[in-house]
Design a protein around this ligand. Structure first.
Ligand code: ARG
Length: 483
């Protein structure tokens, strides 16, 4: 076959067509500009398919050897940048197959026996996504470790805990960090659960109905690592479903959107905490930018961008789920639109996780073996802020309950005390004992222990609570889990 013939896209489906595609339609339908990213998994899956075809006697061992040789060369060509991608060959699959045939002749043409691009692309996307999930899981571990390190150093630092962004009760800053560790650990769990459903083999479904060749699907699944934890091969069980549904990509996208939402909440807090009115923390200069007009500015661009990019990842979830809606069985070209949102989701999430691990936990300095340049915490500013909003009012109510008052009565008495204190612009702990006793006679000298921030913290010694002894126990538990 001449090169010229191979270059013509019509070579993929032959004589039926009486006119060539216009350049616009070609550009509109081609996906190679973005799906070439799948080249490694495409070759890997093709080699597994070819090995099985040979083992089953469907192609000869000579043809198999030629396919392996050709694919090795193509791999090198793509890696070195020498491979010429052609839009007229539409997608990654046809580009690689055409080059294979150019290199090894008829053996290349036999590769597609018992296969369709429909089961091929579904296999490729699954294999690619599986690898990305593994990378994301590692990045999530790194981010959790960074947060855990900050938590460890700040167990005894007191932060005003907020509800409705109003000072509520004092909490340990370490405890606050652990809340994010919990969120990201659930994200990691979610990705692992999605991975199980991603890691199933569509090949063998062919175009939609299966194939008449005696394929050994289990062999291909095993070869591609598509098995469960006991080594049992995982196959898509229904050929129509195998080529058509992209629910695995939608699930992945939903898990990514949630992870980004968690990052976005953290971003919002970092932004607030580093504003002048709070000054609770500082992040390293390399994650901030200046202003072109206001010389004093250091803007938290990285957390702001992460918050903004969350919108884009959530948007991809909407795009993918809408893509599926209304598609009849089985494969439809709509599905080609799954790739760009998926790729962008993976890129955005991975970059964000990487940058956050470093921004929070710092960068390893090989000379000292220490991480440096993570977030800097200002305990005094946090504690001062906690003193402002009557953060220990609940503790006074609890104190009265321990003296025998029903909680609702205690709540009411303390409300009066807070009102009086705020009129005089002092904290509850700054009211003289005699004044406090006007709100309830049961109040005695020991009330001041309850009114201290640290006393309040220590008192929340329930499992999952913010008492430093509990926070230390939680840190130890996470350490064990993450190691
Ligand atoms: N590029 C296509 C995609 O991404 C490959 C499958 C094409 N199949 C087809 N019958 N046109 O979905």
């Amino acid at each position: 076959m001449s090169n010229n013939q191979l270059d013509k896209k019509s070579s993929a489906w032959s004589a039926l067509f009486s006119e060539p595609m216009s350049e616009l339609v070609q550009r509109y339908t081609a996906s190679v500009s973005f799906d070439k990213r799948l080249w490694q998994v495409d070759i890997t899956a093709s080699l597994a398919h070819a090995g099985m075809l040979a083992a089953q006697g469907i192609i000869s061992t000579e043809d198999h050897a030629a396919i392996v040789r050709g694919m090795q060369q193509i791999w090198t060509e793509i890696e070195s940048g020498a491979f010429v991608w052609k839009q007229e060959l539409e997608d990654v699959h046809l580009n690689i197959e055409a080059r294979l045939t150019q290199l090894v002749g008829d053996a290349g043409k036999r590769l597609h026996t018992g296969r369709s691009r429909n089961d091929q692309v579904a296999t490729d996307v699954r294999l690619w996504l599986r690898g990305e999930i593994d990378a994301i899981a590692e990045l999530l571990t790194a981010l959790q470790t960074s947060l855990l390190e900050v938590a460890e150093r700040n167990v005894d630092v007191i932060l005003p805990g907020f509800t409705h962004l109003q000072v509520a009760q004092p909490v340990s800053f370490g405890h606050h960090m652990l809340a994010y560790v919990e969120m990201f650990s659930r994200d990691a769990e979610r990705f692992l659960e999605v991975r199980r459903r991603v890691n199933r083999l569509p090949l063998g479904a062919a175009a939609l109905a299966g194939t008449s060749y005696p394929l050994d699907r289990k062999r291909v699944a095993k070869e591609l690592g598509m098995h469960d934890e006991h080594g049992a091969p995982q196959l898509c069980r229904n050929s129509l479903d195998a080529v058509s549904d992209r629910d695995f990509a939608i699930e992945f996208s939903a898990a990514s959107a949630l992870a980004m939402v968690h990052i976005s909440r953290l971003s919002e807090e970092l932004i607030v905490w580093m504003s002048q009115n709070f000054s609770f923390i500082r992040i390293a200069d390399r994650f901030t930018t200046g202003s072109s007009i206001m010389p004093q500015k250091k803007n938290p661009d990285v957390p702001e961008l992460a918050r903004g990019k969350t919108g884009r990842v959530v948007g991809h979830l909407m795009g993918l789920i809408t893509l599926m809606k209304g598609q009849p069985l089985a494969y439809n070209k709509d599905n080609q639109e799954d790739k760009e949102p998926l790729f962008d989701t993976v890129d955005t999430l991975k970059d964000t996780l990487r940058i956050f691990s470093e921004m929070i936990g710092g960068q390893l300095n090989p000379a000292s073996g220490q991480k440096e340049g993570g977030i800097v915490v200002y305990p005094q500013a946090m504690e001062q802020a906690a003193r402002k909003g009557y953060a220990t009012a609940t503790d006074l109510a609890d104190y009265l309950v321990k003296k025998g008052l029903p909680f609702r009565d205690a709540h009411e008495a303390v409300a009066h005390a807070v009102k009086a204190a705020s009129t005089h612009q002092v904290d509850l702990s700054e009211l003289p004992l005699a004044v406090l006793q006007q709100f309830h006679p049961a109040i005695e000298k020991d009330v001041f222990d309850a009114l201290s921030l640290r006393g309040s913290l220590n008192a929340r010694n329930v499992s999952g609570g913010t008492a430093p002894v509990q926070v230390r126990a939680q840190i130890a538990w996470h350490r064990e889990r993450l190691c």
